[in-house]
Design a protein. Structure first.
Length: 170
């Protein structure tokens, strides 16, 4: 019935397809370098499980520190394939950028890579506003340094990207 009504609408009311412009690879990499917080979506039933997470991006690689327990770890053990979303927008939403990455989380086993990235990630997190502005608490109480200092086991993962796309509006 809805479709029948839609067919009777005058031509000027027809729904037109609109698509945002694609971002270049360089624009996507710049957005990933500039931001600190992303959303990681894990496969869960009956609904996907989405978490805001801090990340570190260098070269073409996105890194994450995970605690070794919790729901995300249970889900990742079952299925390490995830979707990651990173975005930026201005106050009135006239300018907007979003990058979607699809891939597989893999543990960083190389000790040298692990140490270099952990130090770089900790420094980058302190330099950017990141989650502390959302939580409104000082870094001495939360964040990567807090987790490391509290002896909570952390594991470093990187995203083996299979697909990456980006859209923008401005």
């Amino acid at each position: 019935m809805v479709f029948a009504m839609q067919e009777q609408l005058p031509r000027e009311y027809e729904i037109k397809k609109f698509d945002l412009p694609e971002m270049t690879h360089r624009e996507m990499k710049q957005l990933l370098k500039d931001r600190l917080l992303c959303r990681v979506t894990f496969h869960d039933e009956p609904y996907p499980y989405v978490l805001p997470m801090e990340y570190y991006f260098t070269g073409d690689t996105m890194y994450f520190h995970f605690t070794t327990t919790g729901k995300k770890m249970d889900l990742m053990v079952r299925d390490p394939n995830v979707t990651v979303e990173v975005d930026w927008y201005n106050d009135n939403l006239t300018d907007y950028k979003s990058v979607i990455l699809k891939g597989r989380l893999v543990p960083v086993e190389n000790r040298t890579e692990y140490n270099i990235i952990s130090v770089a990630m900790s420094s980058a997190v302190r330099e950017k506003a990141g989650i502390k502005s959302f939580l409104n608490i000082p870094w001495g109480k939360k964040g990567i340094d807090y987790l490391a200092a509290s002896n909570i086991p952390l594991k470093l993962y990187k995203l083996d990207v299979k697909e990456m796309s980006g859209k923008k509006a401005h």
